[in-house]
Structure formats: C-alpha cells, structure tokens
Design a protein around this ligand. Structure first.
Ligand code: CLF
Ligand code: SF4
Length: 311
C-alpha cells in the first residue's frame, strides 16, 4: 500500500486515473448518470450501530430507501450477479457494496466480494458505503482490493446532535450508548474520512436530513466536509422506517424540497442533487432501478420486464 500512496502523492498520472473514473461514476458525476449504471451487491448482512431512523428488517437507509428487504448474496453469487446484470442492462461502470447492513461491520464478505469482482472485471469501478465506524481499521485492505470510491454517512459533527440519532454503537464487541456512543462514532468517522482522503480515496459524505434533529446542523457538517477534503456532499431526506424509534416517537420524515432549501446556500464543495436513495441491490441507471426485472432462476437471473421505478 505504501508504494501506492507514494504514487498518488508524486505521480500526476494517478490523479488522471481518478479523473477518468469519476467521469464514469454515476453518483459522483451527474453527467455520467445518464449513460452509466451501477450494481449494488448485497453481501453485508449485519450492522454495528443503531440509527434511530432504521429498523433492521430493512436495508441500510444511509444508502437506500426503506420498505424493501434485499436477499443476501455470497461473494461468489455477487460475481454471477454482475455477469447477469451486464448481460441484460448494458453499461454498468460501478460495482458497489451498500448493505443491507454496514459494509464493514463484518468486513470479510465485503473484502472477498471486491477481490473476486476485481479479478473477473478489472475495469469495473469499485465503490462502497459505510457508517464509518470501522473505516480507518479497514482502509489498507480496501485500497489493496481496488476500491477507490467511499461514501461515509455523517449525520452530525457534534456529540450533542449525534447522541439523539444513534441508540448504540458496537465497537470491537463493546456496546456504547448515549453520549459515549456518539463520541466514539464521531471520532472514528472523522478519523476514517481524514485518513481515506489522505490515502487517495475519493470520498462522498451522505447526511440524512432529520427534521428537528439535525436540520439546523447540516451546514456545519458541510463545513467539516470541506475541511476534510471531501469530494462530494449528499444530503438525503430521512424516510423513517416502519417500527423505527423515530417513527414510534413521531419524528417526521423530510422531503426533497427540505434538502434543496438547506443546501442552496452551501458553497465550496460539490453538492449531489441527483441521488435516488437506491436499494442495496439496485442495478442499472440511477433513474431506472432494474433490480426488480432480474429474478433468480436456477442460480441464474432472468430479465423480466422494463417498468420504471417511481420517484
Ligand atoms: Fe452505490 Fe453509493 Fe457507490 Fe453510488 S449509490 S455505494 S455512491 S455506487 Fe448513488 Fe444511490 Fe444516491 Fe448512493 S444514487 S443512494 S449516492
Ligand atoms: Fe440501519 Fe444505521 Fe446500520 Fe444503516 S448504519 S443498517 S441505517 S443502523
């Protein structure tokens, strides 16, 4: 890894390489989203924190919409899925792990998946989303497996705000709650992002906009993102999952207009405006999730129909 880091620091061709990848990444580049699709590989089952807007019957809402439960794939099945998706859906430039739990809660499957995918599809761009708790502990391996794009969900930078968003944090098998949970999560998230940027990863921060909980704090997160050298900032309206803590206590969800109102004054960082809050098994163009068209048949997948997803 050290050689790679040296290359990033000294060799401009490495920067050009990243520029070329960004031009084909549908999330990091709005223009690219018209022509290039992504496939999410749902190989990460468990989670190591508890967000108050989440209920674990559903996909991770830090990178997906609630209301759907994805089937899990093994790393080997994930490779097969890419073959099928490419066959039916054409130009897929990115393969990503985005749940349905946290990609790094139990990193073994995630790493194995990236390793196999890179071997079979050397040109595909590898991407991953995480809550950030285990990010700094896994950066070296992520780099070695070929991942270059990482999204970290950062919903607060102050403990006083974060303690209202998370029920608990499980770090190295110790359960932290309340203020302690917020402290350790924020520390790990910031450290992970800082190290990832320095290492040469292209980083996006997702912030879930939660009315009355962190809406007044989104601009502070944007400022921190700028200081950390984050490439892209994506604010997502919270959709409280059924039976989540926030739903039970009556915290209302947000809508896209709330996001636009809050982000319009933010300058000095790229703002993502085309996020589709996709499922952890999404496939195809961002505006046209075709995962529902693909059904499992004797270990394979079959293209079924071409209904567009509603937004
Ligand atoms: Fe997937 Fe996320 Fe990578 Fe994209 S999604 S892990 S960066 S390849 Fe994209 Fe979907 Fe929005 Fe995510 S539209 S939810 S930002
Ligand atoms: Fe749920 Fe939060 Fe874990 Fe995602 S990171 S699965 S939203 S608890």
């Amino acid at each position: 890894m050290n050689n790679y880091i040296n290359n990033i620091n000294k060799d401009n061709s490495m920067k050009n390489h990243f520029t070329a990848e960004i031009s084909k990444h549908p999330c990091f580049n709005k223009e690219a989203s018209k022509n290039y699709g992504r496939v999410h590989l749902p190989v990460a089952k468990s989670c190591n924190i508890s967000c108050n807007y989440c209920h674990r019957d559903y996909d991770c809402q830090n990178e997906s919409r609630p209301g759907v439960t994805s089937s899990l794939l093994s790393p080997e099945e994930a490779v097969n899925r890419i073959y099928e998706v490419k066959r039916f859906l054409g130009d897929i430039s990115v393969a990503a792990v985005a749940g349905p739990g946290d990609s790094l809660a139990e990193p073994l499957n995630t790493m194995k998946t990236f390793e196999l995918v890179k071997k079979e599809f050397p040109d595909i761009i590898l991407c991953m989303s995480t809550n950030g708790l285990n990010l700094s502990d896994n950066l070296e391996e992520l780099l070695d497996t070929g991942v270059r794009f990482i999204t970290v969900t950062l919903n607060a930078i102050d403990v006083s705000v974060a303690r209202n968003i998370y029920r608990y944090v499980d770090y190295k098998n110790i359960i932290y709650t309340d203020k302690e949970a917020a402290e350790i999560l924020l520390e790990k998230q910031i450290k992970g992002i800082e190290r990832a940027v320095k290492t040469g990863f292209t980083i996006k921060i997702n912030s879930v906009l939660i009315p009355g909980i962190n809406d007044f704090h989104i601009k502070d997160i944007a400022e921190q993102a700028k200081k950390l050298g984050v490439y892209l900032f994506n604010v997502m309206p919270m959709i409280p999952a059924k039976n989540s803590y926030f739903e039970k206590i009556g915290v209302k969800g947000a809508v896209r207009k709330d996001v636009t109102d809050i982000t319009k004054g933010i300058e000095g960082i790229n703002i993502m405006e085309h996020c589709r809050q996709c499922r952890s098994d999404a496939a195809g163009l961002l505006g046209e999730d075709l995962s529902g068209k693909l059904i499992s048949e004797k270990g394979g997948l079959k293209c079924e129909c071409s209904k567009k997803m509603r937004f």
